[in-house]
Every structure is written in C-alpha cells, then in structure tokens.
Design a protein. Structure first.
Length: 275
C-alpha cells in the first residue's frame, strides 16, 4: 500500500509522534489510522517499560486557583531532562492534567490518573504512556494536592520548579497572601504551627536533642530539658506562623498577618519542589 506524505502528516497531527514513527506505524497497519494509533500507543508502553528504572528528576510544577479563589490545586509532572521540561508541548500536557484535576476534583493521585485526558478517550495514565512513546523519556505524574479555605493563594515560582498553595481563614490582602506563599516556597516549613507538627516529628527532634546534649557532655538528667529547649527552637525555625518573616525579621509570620487583622491566620499549605 502507498503511504503518502499527507497520510503521515495527518497521523502526526493526531498523535504528535515523529514523522518516521508515523510512517512506520501506518505501513505496519496497512494504512489503517486506528491501527496505526494503537501501534504508536503500544510503542509508548514499550518505551515506558524500558525507561522504568530511569530517574525522572526534572519536570514542571503548576498550581492554579478554582472556585473563586477558595480552592488551590497543584500537580507535578516529571521527566528526565530539563530540555523536555521546557518544551511547550510538555507544558500544555501538564496544564491540561491540572485542568482535569480542577474540573473533576479527584480525591487522590491514582484517581486523577484514571480520569480521561482532555478531549480524548485516553486516561491521563494512558496519555502519559503515549507521551513517553513520543518523547522517549520517562514521564511521571508524581504529585497532586489540594488546599481548600475561605481564601487561597497559589504561587508559582518562575521556571515552574517550585510552587506553594496557602489557605487563609478569611479574606486576605493579595500582597500579604503572596508574601506568605513566597515564605512557604522559600523557607519550606514543616507545618502551620507547633500544634500541627506530627507527633513522630516532635519525638524525633526530642531524641536528636537528647543525643546532642549527651554527646556534648551534658548530664543525662539535663538532656530532656535541653532537648525541649531545642524543640522550641525547631518550632520557631520550621513552623510557618512562628518563622521570622523573610521581609522583616523583627516580625514572625503570625505577627505580620496580625498587622492586617488580629484574627487572620493560615489554615493549611502545600509546597512542592523539584530537587
């Protein structure tokens, strides 16, 4: 069967695969477009299997607001190289996945992967496999998170390697909300305040503090007291509301929020970064 350049180009427009891959698929499928598309998808699965042990340490992180600013949604789509991460088509796929998450409100990453990709009969997971076949790199949807609050701010750091979504208990001036989201992005707090630090984290910090005190030659009976003092220092350095505000070290983040409203606080945040 004669496979024309127009046929190859048509399949390329449908799938985004390379010209030679499209010609080969059409030849193997005897000119049948559906068969050729299936062949290209199978190729993606083969590539995915071959790339399974590769490290996908590059990619993009994108956060957007929904529901009139009361919900913030964030995803991370990984790939192997910065070259692919900066490709416009890769960015389009990431944004489309995020839009699916915003529209459908899945409750987990696996549930998101099982949803249909925009304008296709493919699941997001199948779409990723298709992209692996086109690009030839491992691609992985590795993060999905949601913050819901009375007001939410989504901060995307330039370059899309880092993002933060922060929820507030009431209406917040936009510049203040952005400042706090940038604080989360820059300082990577472990929780909102000392009350929300997981118990296992507290216990780990206490054990580290005790061990350090004993290694410094302090009496065992003092180690507990010293460890608790170091835990309080940990709270100040590592919980958002207790951290020094990056724009004014004389204020904590909580004190900064109180300059606008004494009852204003952060209810939740999510931060995601490429290492």
């Amino acid at each position: 069967m004669n496979i024309t350049a127009a046929d190859v180009n048509k399949l390329r427009q449908i799938t985004g695969a390379g010209m030679m891959d499209c010609k080969k698929a059409l030849t193997e499928a005897n000119g049948d477009f559906d068969g050729a598309i299936d062949l290209l998808r199978k190729k993606g699965q083969k590539v995915a299997a071959n790339r399974g042990d590769r490290e996908a340490s590059e990619g993009v992180i994108i956060a957007k607001l929904a529901d009139g600013g009361k919900r913030g949604v964030m995803i991370m789509l990984n790939c192997e190289t910065d070259f692919v991460a900066k490709n416009a088509d890769f960015g389009v796929v990431a944004n489309n996945i995020l839009d699916v998450a915003i529209s459908n409100k899945p409750t987990s990453l696996d549930e998101l992967k099982a949803l249909n990709y925009t304008g296709t009969d493919l699941t997001i997971n199948d779409k990723i496999i298709e992209e692996i076949g086109k690009i030839g790199e491992k691609i992985e949807l590795s993060h999905y998170s949601v913050v819901s609050a009375e007001q939410v701010y989504a901060y995307n750091h330039p370059g899309n390697k880092l993002a933060a979504v922060v929820g507030f208990n009431k209406s917040t001036p936009e510049d203040m909300a952005k400042d706090v989201a940038m604080q989360v992005a820059a300082m990577a707090p472990v929780s909102v305040d000392e009350k929300s630090v997981p118990e296992e984290v507290k216990q780990k910090e206490i054990e580290i503090g005790k061990e350090q005190a004993i290694n410094e030659g302090k009496p065992a009976e003092m180690a507990e007291k010293i460890a608790m003092g170091r835990l309080n220092k940990f709270f100040k350095e590592s919980t958002l509301l207790n951290q020094e505000f990056i724009k004014d070290s004389k204020l904590s983040v909580a004190a900064y929020l109180h300059t606008a409203d004494k009852d204003l606080t952060v209810t939740e945040f999510k931060r995601c970064a490429l290492n």
